[in-house]
Ligand binder design. Structure first.
Ligand code: S3P
Length: 180
């Protein structure tokens, strides 16, 4: 069965999933959905407050609810939170829901981008040395992120360039499917 026409951006915090996703949705004329914002709207609380008041376990369940809501929708660009992909069940569902693209980022680059808004990231906010924490999370997570259909190294690229590269990958996949 062909994969439905959606693009799902995965990767670590600060990899540019949201900014790139917004640009990509304009280029492709697809709707845009940011999973964290969806969860915040449903709960009328920020991610930070959800973690604080209800705990990470509750937040992870809400991520699953967002995936269920998205299932069977088409023509969406979806930017996921950095932890969604680590759950095997989520991963298997997302791989069937659209073209999954890993936006790869180094620890240094992620830190540079996240640092001004560190308090919004509950997993990093309390860390004594955020860069070390990012490095250790990346070591654990990159092997999972690498299971996406596609990957783009974001190093030195603007979100627009990454969005254009993603659109090209999506079109190339479409062309290949038409040929067979
Ligand atoms: C998380 C990433 C965040 C948000 C939450 C947990 C993670 O999203 O979902 O703070 O586990 O990596 P972004 O990747 O959009 O920052």
């Amino acid at each position: 069965m062909p994969i439905p026409p959606n693009v799902i951006l995965i990767g670590f915090m600060g990899s540019g999933k949201t900014t790139t996703g917004k640009q990509l949705s304009k280029i492709m004329r697809f709707r845009f959905l940011d999973m964290d914002r969806w969860i915040e709207r449903k709960n009328k609380k920020t991610v930070r407050n959800i973690f604080k008041e209800k705990g990470e376990g509750y937040f992870r369940k809400e991520e699953k609810r967002a995936i269920r809501w998205l299932n069977s929708r088409n023509h969406y660009v979806i930017s996921t939170g950095g932890g969604v992909w680590l759950d095997r069940e989520n991963r298997e569902k997302l791989l069937k829901m659209g073209m999954c693209v890993w936006l790869k980022v180094s620890a240094e680059e992620a830190f540079k981008r996240i640092n001004p808004r560190l308090t919004k990231r509950p997993l990093l906010a309390g860390a004594k040395n955020p860069i070390l924490k990012i490095k250790s999370l990346l070591r654990k997570r990159d092997p999972y992120y690498s299971l996406a259909h596609q990957r783009i190294d974001t190093k030195g690229k603007s979100p627009r360039v990454v969005a254009l590269e993603t659109a090209n990958l999506f079109n190339a996949e479409g062309r290949l499917k038409n040929k067979t």
